[in-house]
Ligand binder design. Structure first.
Ligand code: FES
Length: 104
């Protein structure tokens, strides 16, 4: 048993089984066995999964499409959201006051 994705404890056998079910891309492997869905978002396992796909499908690595990337989501404290909102409100008030003062 060879672990391919340390974050999700996905083995090489699971990736190969997913390929035999019909998966042909990293995204399909990801959906079937969750390889690449861990905290590192595939930084560690993406290349290994690509190598397994290339080997099993007998294609060059260049033919294996890279997965889709999404920006990392992190929780943001609500006070930061409110601080930004208040800052924008203050800027708009300043602009409005400046425009009002400039017309006179
Ligand atoms: S090792 Fe696969 S998601 Fe981190």
């Amino acid at each position: 048993m060879k672990i391919v994705c340390r974050c999700q404890d996905v083995t090489e056998e699971e990736v190969v089984a997913a390929l035999r079910q019909g998966a042909t891309t990293i995204d399909e492997i990801k959906r079937l066995v969750r390889a690449g869905m861990g905290p590192c978002q595939g930084r560690t396992c993406r290349r290994l999964v690509s190598q397994i796909i290339a080997r099993e499908l007998k294609e060059p690595m260049a033919q294996v499409f890279p997965p889709t990337f999404r920006p990392p989501n992190r929780p943001v404290p609500f006070k930061l959201v409110m601080a930004e909102y208040e800052r924008q409100e203050a800027d708009e008030r300043k602009k409005a006051a400046k425009a009002k003062g400039g017309k006179k």
